[in-house]
Design a protein around this ligand. Sequence first.
Ligand SMILES: O=C1O[C@H](COP(=O)(O)O)[C@@H](O)[C@H](O)[C@H]1O
Length: 234
Amino acid sequence: MHEVEWLEFDDWAAMVWQVVNDVEIAVECAVDARGCALLAVPGGKTPVPIFRALAARSLNWPKVMLLPTDERLVAEDDPLSNAGLIRAHFGTTGATIMPLCERVDIDPGAAGRAADRRLRVLQWPFDLVWLGMGEDGHTASILPGPDFEAALSAPLSRRACGVVPDPPPKEAPVARVTLTRAALVATRTLMLTISGDKKRAVARQAIEDGPRSATAIGRVLAECSAPIKVVWCK
Ligand SMILES: O=C1O[C@H](COP(=O)(O)O)[C@@H](O)[C@H](O)[C@H]1O
């Protein structure tokens, strides 16, 4: 694991400002160096105020491609949809938004394989993988259940897979497609945004446990050789 830079904020405005600036720098560096920027961004609730502020920035959006780190297998107009969340915020910026799933009415395994095929056209690595984390230590949709180890130990050539969480997470009890750990760590820089005391304790323990961590976030960060920044807000 690369050394972790850990930042803490007492208020959301300061945290949002920090993360927006970091994303802006990642985009500018990528566009200057390679003419485009490839970013994976989290779903769920935590990134919402950050998305709002980021979308208002005048970045070179037409050069930016945004993917969700994971998807809940629901229609894009469902409030649980991560692609829907991203489109709602960045849809008018000029960025290209690439949902992981074209179809959500198929079984999770097939949806995962279809996402994997779609992702093969992209020029990797990511310029930025921005992760969220649940209080149980899941990140992207690498959730406890029968697909947990497969998502973590998939080879480099496998970028996405289907996940049936067991137990179903209470905030979004649906099947998922997630970027694999191999895909998530194929990045020039990685950022994790979290809030609340519980998540701080879980993330700290996961980092301390490293590859022996029982949590997805611990196992992902342990494999990451890019610079890692954790941004926490009370
Ligand atoms: O299910 C998911 O959960 C995590 C954490 O979400 P939050 O609402 O607690 O911020 C999120 O990062 C992931 O993308 C999402 O699908």
